[in-house]
Design a protein around this ligand. Structure first.
Ligand SMILES: [Mg+2]
Length: 362
């Protein structure tokens, strides 16, 4: 297979969703179109879109543009050994789009090309980020109840938005009371500066039975992360800002976390996520794809990957993004009861509205 064209799109939603989104469209020499998405890191989306175009220029020169060849040839040529999550995000977009093409050409859903399909139903948690809204704890609790009523049985909140620690703890208690004991409550500390404070916070939240405690300190501070893990009796999650198997191996060797959550379209793509998951499994640990991305391509990529990863726990989903993205495409997957079930369409199962995207081409 050869790729004859690569297009990149930057959809700026800073005003409403606090960030922008980067998509790519590949066209194979037989006319098959594949869609990808990059992790749109705020304020860097346009640069990531330029990386997509730069990588695309090298991709179109390959005689065999399989996802594996793309990783072996283009990625390694292009980065020259300089790791960067921005570049890794762009790589992810193209790799995911190549899988979409492979699936369409084979007439199979992508998951069936990746290995033994263990599940077609992926458990998701709803991220309750208030976006641009400054919200009271009561308002957050109301939104959590609404998400639960929509069917989500796992919700993620950011209690450290409320200071001091007594207020953050009151937030966790209020939300737990509102959603009841059966719904899983995920806490994201979003990288605290002080590991001792992170320990105190984790211990204060523990009585409310959180499902996990995410990024208590920044992901590269592994000794401190391990210290938090030793003192807090909650599963520790890290990885959304990191890339590379070498990093994740260190997390595991230092016993710094229980669950790795690299971004599904930031860490390098579908194959990279599977390799990280296999590495985690060899240490008896689990993965949970981070997905601060659209509700379209990235979510589809996450679902297909999840289908073949035995130690995947739960995936991230921004239900509040759905209205915005409904004009850019649809998914051939059903979302019900907090589970995304993969449809039978060949490829990723995303139907992008090219007319709506055209104005955003970079
Ligand atoms: Mg996080």
């Amino acid at each position: 297979m050869r790729i004859r064209s690569v297009r990149a799109y930057f959809v700026d939603a800073t005003d409403t969703l606090v960030k922008g989104f980067v998509f790519c469209r590949l066209e194979a020499d037989d006319g098959t179109v594949g869609w990808g998405e990059a992790y749109g890191i705020p304020r860097r989306e346009r640069g990531i879109a330029e990386f997509v175009k730069g990588l695309g220029g090298m991709l179109t020169a390959l005689d065999d543009a399989s996802p594996q060849r793309f990783r072996d040839k283009v990625t390694n040529w292009y980065d020259e050994g300089h790791l960067s999550i921005d570049l890794s995000s762009a790589v992810s977009a193209i790799e995911v789009a190549l899988w979409d093409i492979c699936g369409k050409q084979a007439g199979k859903p992508v998951c069936e090309l990746l290995g033994d399909v263990l599940t077609r139903s992926v458990r998701l948690y709803a991220n309750m980020d208030p976006l641009n809204e400054t919200q009271s704890i009561d308002r957050l609790a109301e939104r959590c109840v609404a998400a639960k009523e929509r069917g989500f049985d796992a919700l993620k909140i950011y209690p450290m938005e409320y200071a001091p620690l007594a207020e953050a703890t009151a937030c966790v208690r209020r939300v737990r009371e509102a959603i009841g004991p059966e719904t899983d409550l995920l806490l994201d500390a979003w990288a605290l500066d002080d590991a001792q404070f992170a320990i105190e916070a984790g211990q204060a939240f523990t009585p409310y039975k959180p499902f996990w405690f995410e990024e208590p300190v920044a992901g590269e501070r592994l000794d401190e992360m391990a210290d938090v893990r030793r003192h807090v009796d909650l599963p520790i999650v890290t990885g959304e800002r990191q890339i590379g198997l070498h990093h994740f191996r260190q997390v595991l060797e230092k016993q710094a976390a229980d669950i790795l959550n690299p971004d599904i379209v930031g860490a390098g793509g579908i194959l990279e996520m599977i390799e990280i998951a296999q590495l985690a499994q060899s240490y008896g640990m689990r993965v949970s794809p981070h997905c601060w991305n659209s509700t379209l391509v990235a979510v589809a990529a996450m679902a297909h990957t999840f289908a073949v990863v035995p130690n995947a726990v739960i995936g991230e989903y921004f239900a509040d993004f759905e209205p915005f993205f409904s004009r850019f495409g649809t998914l051939d997957h059903s979302l019900s009861g907090g589970r995304l079930t993969i449809g039978g369409t060949p490829g990723l199962g995303v139907n992008m509205h090219e007319d709506a995207l055209a104005a955003y081409e970079v």
